[in-house]
Design a protein around this ligand. Structure first.
Ligand SMILES: [Zn+2]
Length: 78
């Protein structure tokens, strides 16, 4: 399941969430203030993952980190 990054619109907290791609754009519950008004952030993982992969042939796979393991996200520094 892909790992997505969300930013809470209320408290500006960012958090990662594992959820199906089909639900990626749905609001997520903020673990900090429990607001349901968060939006998916454009993850920096996408660009870094492409670089780490050494290939640019699969740009726009639709999930950013989706095609990679969570461990590759960890290298993003967030
Ligand atoms: Zn919040």
């Amino acid at each position: 399941m892909p790992l997505y990054e969300y930013r809470c619109q209320d408290c500006q907290a960012t958090f990662d969430l594992l959820r199906p791609f089909s639900r990626a754009d749905e609001p997520a519950d903020c673990p900090n203030c429990h607001s349901n008004d968060s939006k998916r952030a454009m993850s920096r993982c996408a660009a870094l993952s492409r670089g780490a992969d050494g290939s640019t042939s699969s740009v726009g796979g639709g999930g950013g980190c989706a095609g990679f393991s969570a461990s590759s996200c960890a290298s993003c520094g967030h």
